[in-house]
Design a protein around this ligand. Structure first.
Ligand SMILES: C[S@@+](CC[C@H](N)C(=O)[O-])C[C@H]1O[C@@H](n2cnc3c(N)ncnc32)[C@H](O)[C@@H]1O
Length: 182
């Protein structure tokens, strides 16, 4: 994809991978009209729902792609084009034989570092303690990222639909914030 195919104007671009019902994406787009927001979601019904809500709210700074998240990062997004990538409550694939399906691995992080702008950030949340440890380990092993603190009041960061559900069910929430190191 060429820069400018999704948005023109050069505003910062934030990507929400696996945006689900879009509650996070749309709340961010309302809060930051000067930024561009791209949702990536493989389920057509969810994509349509997010697009309908964005239209209804007149949010011209939102686009949604119906695509595989890994493909989007590894093959589609232009190098250096993304200021923040959000991966919020991705499928944890808890069984050991399915761990290879997890999105976060060295290949994904290397591709992500290439699409992030200098100083760009990767923000990750999960309710799954073991996937959190896995992702922390992958980030520690990756020379392209440095993890940094993420206090609750660091910046505006609305809860996603899944986060609201997990918190209501009393589950712990784990989060990681990493900056492109080079
Ligand atoms: C557990 S839900 C979380 C949704 C949202 N981020 C939230 O926190 O409310 C995971 C979402 O990622 C989407 N998803 C899973 N694998 C994907 C993939 N490979 N490419 C794109 N979307 C994917 C699912 O369809 C689902 O909407």
């Amino acid at each position: 994809m060429e820069p400018g195919e999704l948005f023109t104007g050069g505003a910062p671009l934030e990507v929400d991978l696996g945006c689900g019902d879009g509650s996070f994406l749309l709340a961010m787009a309302r809060e930051f009209p000067g930024r561009h927001f791209l949702g990536v979601e493989r389920l057509l019904g969810r994509v349509r729902k997010v697009c309908r809500k964005a239209d209804r709210d007149g949010l011209g700074n939102v686009r949604v792609l119906r695509l595989d998240a890994r493909y989007c990062v590894e093959w589609l997004l232009p190098p250096g084009s993304v200021t923040r990538l959000h991966l919020l409550f991705p499928d944890p694939w808890p069984k050991a034989r399915h761990h290879k399906r997890r999105l976060v691995n060295q290949g994904f992080l290397t591709a992500l570092a290439a699409v992030l702008a200098p100083g760009g950030e990767f923000l990750f949340k999960t309710d799954h303690a073991e996937y959190f440890e896995w992702t922390a380990g992958e980030l520690a092993a990756c020379p392209h990222f440095t993890t940094c603190a993420w206090p609750d009041d660091a910046f505006f960061y609305p809860r996603t639909d899944f986060e609201t559900q997990w918190r209501a069910a009393g589950r712990g929430i784990f989060k990681l914030r990493a900056v492109r190191a080079d």
